[in-house]
Ligand binder design. Structure first.
Ligand SMILES: [Zn+2]
Length: 126
């Protein structure tokens, strides 16, 4: 399944990020995924849940942002969103265009929480 591979990529990114603050628990992760990957966000959530279920990352919330497939014209510099795979510049009709977006798979942010912060309100002294 396509989404499963992406779920593992996201998980790897979360692990890398979480390793920087080992004393905090990841709560929510924001990812930006290009439209080109033709991803089903619900399927990705499902896969991600499946691979984190029995780990310390169980319950980690996934915030998915889909980026449209974008091109830039090399002739006039116009940037546009591609529809129906038409990569021709809508402004000057040039075919000299290049892809500038829609292939992303980025981790945008990782929300972490102090372990034991569930009992909020009590500020740790030292
Ligand atoms: Zn153009």
């Amino acid at each position: 399944m396509h989404e499963m591979g992406i779920a593992y990529s996201v998980l790897a990114a979360v692990r890398t990020e979480a390793a920087r603050c080992p004393d905090k628990a990841p709560r929510k992760v924001g990812v930006r995924i290009g439209e080109m990957s033709a991803l089903d966000p619900d399927a990705l959530r499902f896969c991600f849940e499946a691979i984190t279920r029995d780990t310390d990352l169980a319950g980690l919330e996934l915030d998915i942002e889909i980026c449209p497939f974008r091109y830039r014209c090399r002739e006039c510099g116009h940037e546009f969103v591609v529809q129906d795979y038409q990569s021709q510049c809508p402004q000057c009709a040039s075919l000299e265009t290049e892809c500038i977006g829609g292939q992303e798979l980025d981790l945008v942010y990782l929300e972490v929480e102090e372990y034991g912060a569930a009992t909020a309100g009590t500020k740790s002294t030292q």
